[in-house]
Design a protein around this ligand. Sequence first.
Ligand SMILES: [Zn+2]
Length: 353
Amino acid sequence: MKSLLLAIPLLLNQCSAVDYVAYWREPPPPVWEQVYEDVRDLSDERHRPGQDWELQVAPGFPSDHLDAVVALYGDAISFWSGAFDFPQTVPLTVMGENDRDWWESVTTQESPPFRDDYNLYDAGWFGRSASKKSIGMVGTDHLGMPHIVTVVGSEVDFGYSGAFSAPLVARHETTHWFQYVATGSMTEKCTDWKMALFLGFFADPDDPRIGDTNGMACPWLSMPCWLSEGHAELYTIPFGLDSETLRSLRIWQIKNRTEDGLLRVLNLTRHNLTTGDQGCTREAMYSVGLLVNEKLFYDFGDERINEFWLAINQPSSSTNPSWEIAFSDTFGISAEDWYETSAIPYLLGVFDD
Ligand SMILES: [Zn+2]
C-alpha cells in the first residue's frame, strides 16, 4: 500500500507520465452500465413505504401541468422513501415563470425560507426566457428543514427526459432533500450552518458572531466536493431519455472546461477539497462527482451508500469530518485509500476511453 500512496502524487503532477497512467488504468469494465441498470432496477423493485409531502402551488398554475409535476415528484419522493424512513413532511413549492410577484409575497428577504437562498433571478427562473425551463433547488430554513422549490415554465414538455428536463430535475432535487435530512439538517448542529459557513470563510476574525456558532460541527461544512451533487446525478441520469449521452455530456464538460488539465481536476476532487472551497467548481461537483459516485455504487451498492449518508449525521470538525468517519465505518476502508485504489484508476479508465 505504501508504494501506491507514493505513486499517486507523482501521477497527479505529471500529465505526461504515460507509464504511471498505464499502470493505474483499469480496463474499461462495464461499470457504469451495470450501475445505471441497478439504479433503474431499484426504482422498479424496491419496497416503497411512502413519504408525506406537502404542496404549495402558485395560484393559477395550470392544473394539467400540476398533475404532471405531482406525478414526477410523487415518484421521486416515493423512490427515496424506500431508502430512508423519515417522519418529516417534504415541503414542495411549485410555480411558473410568471409567478415572481407571488414568490416574493410568500417569502421575505430576512427570514427563511428563502428568497435570497435561491439565486432565482440570476439563474433566470422567471420571465419569458424561462417558459421552456424546469428548474429546481433545495435549501434549508431556520429550523434546518429542507424545502424543494421548482419553477416549471408554461411550455415545458413533460414527456421529454433529456438534459435539464422536468423528470430529471424532480429526481435530482428530491435526492437533495433526502441528503439533507439524512445528514442531520434538522439537528442542532446544523440549523445555523449557513452562518457558520459565512463566518468561517468571509467574516473578519474579530467578528463577535464567531463565538456564537458551534464551530465546524455541521457535516456540510466539510463535505467532499464530489459527494452531494454527484450522488444526486447518479440517481437521476439513469432515468434520462438517453443516459449514455447525458453521461457523455458530463464527461465532455470535464474535458472541455478544465484548462489546467484533467489530472489536476482529479487531484482537486480528492477527499480533502470541501464544498466551501473555490476550487470546488461545478465540473468537479457534478461531473467528476457523478463518476466517483458511480464507482462508489459499483463497489458498495445502494444500501451501504444509504447507510453511509445516515452515518454522516454525527459530530464533525474540519480536521475530523464526519463524512470521513462515516466512510471508514461503513465501507471498511478509509476514503483516501478508496479514492487512490479504486476511484482514481476508474476515472483514468473513463477518460482514456
Ligand atoms: Zn444539485
